[in-house]
Design a protein around this ligand. Structure first.
Ligand SMILES: [Zn+2]
Length: 142
């Protein structure tokens, strides 16, 4: 057990199951949702996930709505947006919401977790200041 909580919002069973299996084996408390509605329900039900892996293209809408909720409610959840989209306008809109990571599909494991965990380490205090600068995204290889 590492005590971290992960919420995976992804409608595609293949990647969802491999992420769940991978993180489950590593001791994460993993929850999954396959739609925007389920993802929002899971967020609202709590507890606050440490990390959210978010697919943008979901059957009932745009996954961006979930990232908007995370920002609007001041969750400390780290959000890794994954997308196969090449739609620059859409990607720009997402970037405005400052996800902690942008991943292009297919997702390579284990590269999705962004440390340190703000939820576990900042128990009780929500701090939007002093965020360490994220490393520059590495160019896609292959
Ligand atoms: Zn944690």
């Amino acid at each position: 057990m590492n005590g971290h909580r992960l919420l995976i919002v992804e409608d595609d069973e293949g990647p969802r199951d491999s992420l769940r299996a991978y993180y489950g084996r590593s001791g994460w408390d993993v929850r999954v949702a396959g739609t925007v509605a389920d993802g929002l329900t899971s967020l609202d039900a709590g507890p606050e996930p440490c990390c959210l892996i978010l697919d943008l293209k979901l059957p009932d809408g745009d996954g961006r709505a979930i990232l908007e909720r995370v920002r609007a409610e001041g969750f400390r959840t780290r959000v890794a947006v994954c997308t196969g989209s090449m739609d620059l306008a859409q990607l720009r809109e997402v970037a405005l919401l400052k996800p902690d990571a942008m991943l292009s599909k297919p997702i390579r494991l284990p590269g999705v977790w962004i440390e340190p965990c703000r939820v576990c380490e900042g128990q009780g205090e929500r701090d939007h200041g002093a965020t360490p600068t994220a490393p520059a995204p590495s160019p896609p290889s292959g």
